[in-house]
Design a protein. Structure first.
Length: 229
């Protein structure tokens, strides 16, 4: 995920950006890349001081890198969910500094369709085993039914499997993907398979089959030519 700050634009309220930076933390954005020429300009300097970001020395002449120690893990588990309120209210709630998606997350479903979760216990964990452009594979260990939240964008075309079985993806905390997982050790796989690609592949296969069918049809011998005298 690539994002950008514009702290130098006229009228930008740096304190407001700092207050809303919880959104960056729950997106698991751990590093901020800044042109070295901007580090000491008022907007950036104020933001860096207020956030307490730690510099990372990469010895790059053009860019400076800062680490966000409050960034949350990219994948986490929660055992408490609520229906998501309207977007403006939801963004305001998850922007608060005391919001922790591990304690409670908001999913976009009707109240009667909420996942049936139970309180978890110690020893739970989730880790990414495979991270590719179109595939993310995760291993999770839960002591009770919970919701696995991946801080990647909720976007049409993504499919999820839990131990090889299809599972619904819930839009979680406005931006991310949530999947229901039962107690135990499980393998969760997200794959990007948009319907357009599937339809295109089917159409291509159907077209190829049609052409092969034409090629295999027996050729008719044309009738012998006759001449009139």
């Amino acid at each position: 995920f690539y994002g950008s700050y514009n702290l130098q634009a006229p009228g930008v309220d740096v304190s407001g950006v700092v207050q809303r930076s919880r959104l960056v933390e729950i997106a698991a954005a751990r590093h901020l890349l800044v042109p070295r020429s901007a580090v000491y300009e008022p907007g950036f300097a104020e933001y860096l001081r207020a956030k307490g970001l730690k510099p990372v020395d990469l010895r790059d002449p053009q860019f400076a890198v800062f680490e966000e120690p409050r960034a949350l893990p990219r994948v986490l588990l929660t055992h408490r969910v609520s229906p998501a309120p309207p977007p403006a209210e939801l963004l305001a709630r998850i922007s608060r500094s005391d919001f922790d998606p591990r304690e409670e997350s908001f999913v976009e479903v009707a109240a009667g369709e909420l996942p049936q979760l139970l309180p978890g216990g110690p020893g739970e964990q989730a880790s990414i085993l495979r991270d590719e452009l179109h595939t993310v594979e995760i291993e999770a260990q839960l002591t009770a039914p919970g919701l696995l939240v991946l801080a990647d964008s909720f976007y049409p075309g993504w499919r999820a499997e839990v131990d090889g079985e299809p599972s619904r993806i819930l839009s979680t905390n406005q931006l991310f993907r949530g999947v229901e997982v039962s107690a135990g050790i499980h393998r969760i796989v997200f794959r990007y398979r948009p319907w357009g690609v599937a339809i295109g592949a089917f159409a291509s296969a159907a077209g190829l089959a049609f052409l092969l069918g034409l090629a295999r049809r027996p050729r008719r011998t044309p009738p012998a030519a006759t001449s009139l005298t």
